[in-house]
Design a protein. Structure first.
Length: 318
């Protein structure tokens, strides 16, 4: 496990690291009857469960899963609304180990219907999830607004359990990158986890909007526009809404990596975004297994103002 770090970080007692798990993007080549993020990577262990555990291991206080409306009930049924914090799930030396457990809430962010077919790509999935997380937290209190966003992709596998020892460094100002066994990162086109400061969010969203195309051709001369300002020329079908096909590195290469950059190298890394790569990983001798500890219990949070035994849920949500 290698690491690179530019300078010492201060202790952030109230630092809010929000985890983002993007699942909305152009479909992969599996053609399964379920979503690509639910690819099994081991017995009773799905790719998205590994991503959730990666966020929890990195020290995220909240986890936001960006998904389409039709997939939300299935994901919610499988994952539940919380995951156990890996640091606090097994405190055997505590007087009451079960009382020491800490749950990390999982929130499901609906991909906006207006973006479907126009901006359904992984980078916009990340940005829209981060934007919703910021808006929701700000509506509650400015003191819980995310300071940093940690992104984990369901389309790669690596030993992310080692992130637990670097929680302090990850939950500090400055960008963070996981490196593959060849030293590459998400900026090189890999599905390796990374984190970026919240102050970068507005710049990235603006860059996405400036870079993408819409329905109309913005290069139409002013004299040809309606009333001298309204664009009327349509773009060819293949050039419309280019944001659908943006890759993560196309947008996040705008991150400021001039200072306070923390990097961790993985011992091995497998891209599982296509069938051949998935087969190669499944043939790997040291592949991951489902954790023995019960990180996922399919629990739901109690409704406000009701006791546990009085809380009921709509069966249509399951």
């Amino acid at each position: 496990m290698s690491q690179e770090y530019s300078k010492d970080k201060p202790d952030q007692a109230s630092f809010h690291l929000a985890g983002i798990v993007p699942t909305v993007g152009q479909p992969l080549d599996f053609n399964f009857p379920w979503h690509d993020c639910m690819i099994p990577i081991a017995a009773d262990f799905l790719a998205i469960e590994r991503s959730i555990l990666e966020c929890a291991t990195a020290g995220c206080e909240t986890i936001w899963v960006v998904c389409s409306t039709d997939m939300q009930p299935l994901l919610r049924h499988r994952l539940g609304e919380m995951v156990q914090d890996p640091v606090w799930i097994s405190r055997k030396q505590d007087l009451f180990p079960s009382a020491s457990k800490r749950e990390i809430p999982i929130y499901y962010v609906e991909f906006h219907p207006k973006d479907e077919g126009k901006r359904d790509s992984l980078p916009w999935s990340i940005l829209s999830g981060a934007k919703v997380a910021k808006r929701v937290c700000e509506s509650l209190s400015k003191w819980i607004t995310p300071d940093k966003y940690y992104v984990s992709f369901p389309y790669a596998v690596y030993p992310s359990q080692h992130l637990k020892r670097y929680r302090k460094e990850i939950s500090s100002p400055g960008n963070f990158y996981i490196l593959t066994d060849k030293g590459d990162s998400v900026l090189d086109g890999h599905y390796a986890g990374f984190a970026f400061d919240a102050k970068e969010l507005g710049k990235l969203i603006k860059y996405f909007w400036d870079k993408q195309t819409g329905k109309y051709d913005s290069s139409q001369p002013m004299e040809d526009r309606k009333d001298g300002k309204y664009i009327t020329k349509l773009l060819p079908m293949e050039k419309r809404y280019s944001g659908r096909f943006f890759k993560v590195e196309d947008i996040f290469n705008q991150l400021n990596n001039s200072e306070n950059v923390f990097k961790i190298g993985m011992e091995w890394y497998y891209d599982i975004s296509n069938w051949d790569n998935l087969c190669e990983y499944l043939n790997f001798n040291n592949k991951l297994k489902r954790p023995k500890l019960q990180f996922f219990s399919n629990k739901k949070w109690n409704k406000i103002g009701e006791d546990i035994d009085q809380t009921t849920y709509n069966t249509e949500e399951i």
